[in-house]
Design a protein around this ligand. Sequence first.
Ligand code: ADP
Ligand code: MG
Length: 360
Amino acid sequence: MENFIVSARKYRPQEFDSVVGQAHVTDTLEHAISNNQLAQALLFCGPRGVGKTTCARILARKINERDGSTSEDGFSYNIYELDAASNNSVDDIRALIDQVRFAPQTGTYKVYIIDEVHMLSSSAFNAFLKTLEEPPAHAIFILATTEKHKIIPTILSRCQIYDFKRISIEDIQSHLRGIAKKEGITYEDDALYLIAQKADGALRDALSIFDRLSTFTQKNITLSKAAEVLNVLDYEYYLQIADQAKKGKMSEVLSGFNEIIKRGFDAHLFIAGLGNHFRDLMMAQSPSTLSLIEVGENTRGKFENQSTQWSPQQLIDAIEICNQADINYKNSKNPRLTVEIALMQLCSLGAAASLKKKSS
Ligand SMILES: Nc1ncnc2c1ncn2[C@@H]1O[C@H](COP(=O)(O)OP(=O)(O)O)[C@@H](O)[C@H]1O
Ligand SMILES: [Mg+2]
């Protein structure tokens, strides 16, 4: 069996060009390197899984390449990496500081990457501070953290700070498309969108969901499988319930809801999700709000279609009904009934609307 390498590792960018969604950082770094304006201490901040460690390594390698301390096969002699999440004692940092004093044997710079720097114990922090105050000319520190607020001001003020951003859904989706192609994985585009949405801005999370799904679906990632694995209710359910409610088909709607509960889906999430579905239909009614719907292309088309069956006032009423049930849910002695009442109200809203249509 071939060894499976997780995508997050296999596709760690080796160049700034291939880092997604952080151009404001990577451009500045490229620029600083080529103009020799790099600070001696840099701090990379931002949420997890957005490329901080990756960029620290690329930058370190580039610094080494420039001063000729990289071997022919690309190995850099002067990069030291300390993961403060697991090496956070004062001894760990002392060992590092001891090395810092010596100039490199080849090249000009030694680059120290201290990852998860907020995890250093306070005594380790203090020991480090002295070095950071007066670093030898050959030392460059790249610190990375997800918790900028935990970094004491004296350190912050000594570092050039780079803020990494969460990565947009579209950027993640398009990155996943590229990997799927390389890996020979077939996919529904909306499934990739859903993965990207669930990853909440972290590319690493997106990649690990992607791997999980690719294994689970034997390299054919569909929207419905993605929804299943991610435990989100497939949009098709909402589309169907809204459709039946519009026709006033109360028994179908109620048994549809029962089906959803039986599949282990949370009733509270369901009614909140249905409210959001009607909100999306409202947004689908105008081109200027269409972009406020967070779903893939194909699904958006279906929403647009369905939205034409409802008047704006009916949608407001429907949203209100779902929202009330959402609010009342936790305080209800019979929360399931709370949701069912809302569904019945939606059906009579739909039925009344179609009656009106017939008589006019
Ligand atoms: N901006 C990005 N562009 C491309 N890949 C990324 C990006 N951010 C994260 N990744 C992917 O996720 C993995 C982990 O990223 P990493 O740089 O360790 O994140 P962080 O240090 O911010 O938590 C990388 O190996 C890469 O596959
Ligand atoms: Mg990291």
